[in-house]
Design a protein around this ligand. Structure first.
Ligand SMILES: Nc1nc2c(ncn2[C@@H]2O[C@H](COP(=O)(O)OP(=O)(O)OP(=O)(O)O)[C@@H](O)[C@H]2O)c(=O)[nH]1
Ligand SMILES: [Mg+2]
Length: 306
């Protein structure tokens, strides 16, 4: 393997990770990585001081949220390979080699560390584990791509490939957006199991499982419009058709009792027609998306052959 760690930048977003950031940096140095960038979200503990004392580059993010921090950091990095890792000490530096190997060998543009295979007891709360499974299932359904851990924060990718992605999400939806954009841009994504440890008792999670989980679910659904419009419009259509079937059943049942419900009948027809129309929208959009993908593939092929 032609590992060349000097071409790698380790990117660590931090928000009040004073308890762990020092060791995280030390561990990566011990693994042979010297280029390390900490992008800090205005920590009120000693995170920045500790990182600076370790002699790494520390940048204060200009806005708020993990997503904003990453988008800003991707612009600053000049190294051709990037490893993204949390600053909370839940992931191990030595796993970086596993994630980087396929990039160095040219087998992938983006490699995700799958936390859901080898995690230690206590690394996920029951709610977090359930949320992760639900979100991964929703992702499979919407994108038809078998990815096991789309929310993982431990990833390796090439600078070129990350700059190709159009990223706008400012909060914890950023990993979802990255995973979706990789699919839209036809990047080769691989996943490998990594270790995942419980958070240190002194570090506090910034992730709210219910609020952020809901936002992530909405993000998957909204972004599916561009990839799988039948899924996107189909869900809206199904809801209207379901409502139409319920009101229609009522109308029929009343009709057998000798009562004719005219306004309800009109409502039923409207609900069913609108629902069916959503499916037709979905099919038309699917056609547009398919044509668009074909065009993108042609452009990419031309670009690569040059
Ligand atoms: N710069 C920056 N970093 C952030 C922000 N929010 C979270 N982070 C960092 O992003 C990494 C992941 O955040 P965590 O709170 O650990 O979220 P998580 O790993 O998804 O969830 P846990 O299972 O609770 O650890 C950590 O290193 C945080 O310090 C932010 O607003 N700005
Ligand atoms: Mg974490």
């Amino acid at each position: 393997m032609s590992l060349n760690n000097s071409d790698v930048c380790i990117l660590i977003p931090t928000l009040n990770e004073g308890a762990t950031i020092g060791n995280v940096i030390k561990d990566f140095k011990a693994e042979g990585f010297s280029e390390i960038l900490v992008i800090d979200g205005h920590s009120v503990d000693k995170t920045r001081e500790i990182a600076e004392a370790e002699g790494v580059r520390v940048v204060l993010q200009s806005g708020k949220g993990k997503g904003q921090a990453l988008i800003q950091a991707f612009e600053l990095i000049e190294s051709p390979y990037i490893v993204l890792v949390d600053g909370d000490g839940t992931e191990l530096a030595r796993d970086a080699h596993t994630l980087l190997a396929p990039l160095f060998e040219g087998r992938a543009e983006h490699v995700v560390g799958n936390r859901l295979v080898r995690f230690e007891k206590g690394a996920f709360t029951k709610l977090n584990l359930l949320g992760n499974h639900l979100i991964n299932r929703l992702f499979d359904l919407a994108y038809g791509v078998q990815q096991k851990d789309i929310l993982s924060g431990y990833r390796a990718f090439t600078r070129e490939s990350i700059r190709e992605l159009e990223l706008n999400k400012l909060g914890f939806e950023i990993e979802t957006e990255i995973s979706v954009e990789c699919i839209l841009k036809n990047q080769r994504v691989l996943e490998f199991p990594i270790s995942y440890l419980p958070r240190s008792e002194k570090g506090v999670t910034k992730l709210n499982p219910l609020k952020d989980g809901f936002r992530i679910g909405v993000t998957i659904y909204r972004l599916a419009k561009m990839h799988n419009p039948i899924f996107y419009f189909g869900i809206i259509g199904s809801l209207f058709i379901l409502a139409g079937i319920i009101s229609g059943s009522f109308v029929v049942w009343q009709w057998f009792q000798g009562i004719t419900r005219i306004p309800m009948t009109v409502l039923t027809s409207l609900l069913l027609i609108f629902g069916l129309q959503m499916f037709i929208f979905g099919m038309l959009s699917d056609l547009i998306v398919a044509l668009h993908k074909q065009t993108i593939r042609l452009i990419q092929a031309q670009y690569k052959s040059k």
